[in-house]
Every structure is written in structure tokens, then in C-alpha cells.
Design a protein around this ligand. Structure first.
Ligand code: FAD
Length: 318
């Protein structure tokens, strides 16, 4: 019998987070012949749901409710559990985002299933590779029995190419969303350039070397030109140069951009834990002995206050 893989998509600001499409690709990698069923929850999501089909899902189930406008653990788990009970999937895949980190263990424990979290690659359909020890090593994990539940790290498993010719196969899933115990009163979105840090393909990240909140603006200018996002070390956040929402590292966000430009940060192990899997790392630091140079692909030894404005001007010309 054909396997069924459920992919839980995520909407942010009215559009899919790219990791939703990467999860569809992951579900296909696990079993090319499986039926891939997308799931989208939100207030008005039906109009965009088709995009999951265009990225490879066979069909998409939507649940629209004002109560699902923002993520809540009780609202999402109630609805997802009903969908899982009805659809009886063989596997569930979703992004290792703040929602995935929260809801996946909750649902896995309700189902009594295993969970592979933060997978960065899939081997042979059922072996998942995930970083351990703050990214210093990788382990291979397989769920040998029952439901396979996996969260995937954004920016690691490429999404399938979008086929805009595909349409349809979106159906409303009928479920009554119960009253929520968690009420979201206000959502404060804090991204300086508007590009989502965890999915950005270019990140310009600053540390204590920036010396002030005002100087951090310099990084925004560079990130704007590159269409990237601005991140930070905890040193910079602690010094109040920027918001903690921008912190990258062991106790901040884990990112895997194509290009990570580390500016005036030393490369402490706790910072490196959140960015060492970036595809290309460029470090700018005045100290040639700075630890960050040990993991950098390209290093610029010098004063960031000279180098960053020059880079911004040069990239503007491209
Ligand atoms: P510093 O280490 O002070 O480095 C500043 C760098 O700027 C230096 O290398 C200096 O040479 C360079 N510099 C200064 N002036 C210039 C200039 N003009 N031009 C060029 N370079 C210049 N940290 C994180 O980042 N993320 C985490 O998630 C995190 N979690 C932690 C969890 C725990 C439990 C603990 C104990 C610590 C954690 N830390 C984390 C903190 C971490 O250990 C470091 O203290 C922090 O990363 C240092 O920040 P920094 O690199 O900005 O500052």
C-alpha cells in the first residue's frame, strides 16, 4: 500500500515559510512513491495553500479559523491531532522552526512515536543526519518502527522546483477549533531588514566590536544591499546594541545561510554553534588570532569601521 507522508506547512505574514516546501521535498526523499499531504493552519490560508501543491505535495488540507491566526500550542495540537487521527500518516515532516521545536515533541509524545529533530540531511530514505554537540559532530538516526516524525533545519534540504502549472487539490478539513487556553494578545515582529533570520540566505552578523547601537546600523546598510538579514552575537545583545531576537548561537537562533559575514565578533563556541554550518563564512576582525578565523572560508583582518562601509559601497555597484 502507498505510504502517506504529512507535511505541516508554516505561514508567516501571509506567505509560506520556505521550510514548508523543503519539508515537502524531504517527505518525497523519504519515499518517492508516498502520497504527500500538506497541512496548513491559519486565519485565511486557503488562497496560498496551492503553493504547496506547486512544490510537490499531492494534496493540501487547510483549516481556517480566527483562533489559528497565531500559533498556539493548544490550538495547533488539537487540530493536528484530529488530522493525524483521520489521515493516519506513516510519516510527519515539518520545519525545525520555533513552532516545530514546540509542537513536534508535544504531538510525538501524544502519539507515542519517535521524533528526529533538527535533521539536516536524509540518507537512503529513512536515516536522518542531525548535528550534535553544538554542531561539532553529526549523528545518524533512524526510527525503525511506527510513525516517522521529523523536523528539518531550514536551508538544508533544497525545495523542489515550483511548478506554477499545477493547481487544485486543496480541501478544507472539517474540524471545530475548541476554545484556547493560550491567548496571543500582541505579536511584536522584530527583524531589522524584514528578511527572516532563520531562512535568510545571506546574514550579516555583528558583535561587541561594533561598540554601539548606532554603529549596528552599518550592518543593516550592508544587509540591505545584499538582501540579507542582520544577526548578532550574544555579546552585542548583552551590550544592548541590538535586540535578543537577533542573537545567533547555542542560546539563540540556529542558521544555515549561503553566506555568513561575521563582523567584530570573536567566534566564541556558543556563537559558532548557531552558524558553523553556513555554506560560506566571511570574518572581519582586527585580531588575526580571533577564533572566528578558524572556521572562516575567507578572513579580512582589519578595522570593521573601514571595511564594512567600503563593502557596502562596492556591493551597491554590482
Ligand atoms: P567579544 O568576544 O568581545 O568579541 C569582539 C570581537 O570584536 C573581538 O574578536 C575583537 O577583536 C573584535 N573587534 C573589536 N573592535 C573591532 C574593530 N574595530 N574591527 C574589527 N574587529 C573588532 N554567544 C553568542 O553569540 N550566542 C549564544 O547563543 C551564546 N550563548 C551562550 C550560552 C552560555 C551558557 C554562555 C556561557 C555564553 C553564551 N554566549 C553566546 C556568549 C559567548 O560565550 C561570548 O561571550 C559572546 O559570543 C561574545 O560576543 P562577541 O564575539 O560579540 O564579543
Amino acid at each position: 500500500m502507498m505510504a502517506k507522508h504529512l507535511v505541516i506547512g508554516e505561514i508567516s505574514n501571509g506567505a509560506f515559510r520556505n521550510v514548508s516546501f523543503e519539508a515537502v521535498a524531504a517527505a518525497k526523499m523519504m519515499d518517492e512513491s508516498a502520497e504527500v499531504v500538506g497541512v496548513v493552519l491559519g486565519e485565511s490560508v486557503a488562497s496560498v495553500a496551492e503553493e504547496m501543491v506547486q512544490h510537490g505535495a499531492d494534496r493540501v488540507l487547510t483549516v481556517e479559523s480566527e483562533k489559528l491566526k497565531e500559533y498556539t500550542p493548544d490550538g495547533y495540537s488539537q487540530v493536528l491531532m484530529e488530522i493525524i487521527e483521520q489521515e493516519k500518516p506513516d510519516a510527519i515532516v515539518m520545519g525545525h522552526t520555533y513552532i516545530g521545536r514546540d509542537i513536534a515533541p508535544k504531538i510525538a509524545s501524544k502519539l507515542g512515536s519517535g521524533l528526529v529533530s533538527d535533521a539536516v540531511a536524509i540518507e537512503g530514505g529513512s536515516t536522518f543526519i542531525r548535528p550534535i554537540y553544538s554542531g561539532k559532530a553529526f549523528e545518524k538516526v533512524a526510527i525503525e518502527e511506527g510513525l516517522q516524525f521529523v523536523t528539518i533545519r531550514p536551508n538544508n534540504i533544497p525545495a523542489l522546483e515550483k511548478d506554477t502549472g499545477k493547481s487544485g487539490n486543496v480541501e478544507a478539513f472539517n474540524v471545530e477549533v475548541k476554545d484556547l487556553q493560550t491567548i496571543i494578545k500582541e505579536v511584536v515582529r522584530n527583524t531589522s531588514t524584514g528578511v527572516d533570520l532563520s531562512e535568510a540566505s545571506i546574514i550579516v552578523s555583528g558583535g561587541r566590536g561594533l561598540k554601539s547601537e548606532e554603529n549596528f546600523k552599518m550592518l543593516e546598510d550592508l544587509a540591505d544591499v545584499l538582501n540579507g538579514a542582520v544577526g548578532a552575537s550574544r555579546g552585542a545583545c548583552d551590550a544592548e546594541y541590538c535586540d535578543y531576537a537577533m542573537q545567533i548561537g547555542q542560546t539563540g537562533k540556529v542558521v544555515t545561510p549561503d553566506l555568513y559575514i561575521a563582523v567584530g565578533l570573536s567566534g566564541a563556541i556558543q556563537h559558532v554553534a548557531g552558524m558553523s554550518n553556513s555554506k560560506i563564512i566571511v570574518a572581519i576582525n582586527k585580531d588575526p588570532e580571533a577564533e572566528i578565523f578558524q572556521i572562516a572560508d575567507y578572513g579580512i583582518v582589519g578595522d570593521l569601521f573601514d571595511i564594512v562601509p567600503k563593502l557596502t559601497e562596492e556591493f551597491k555597484k554590482v
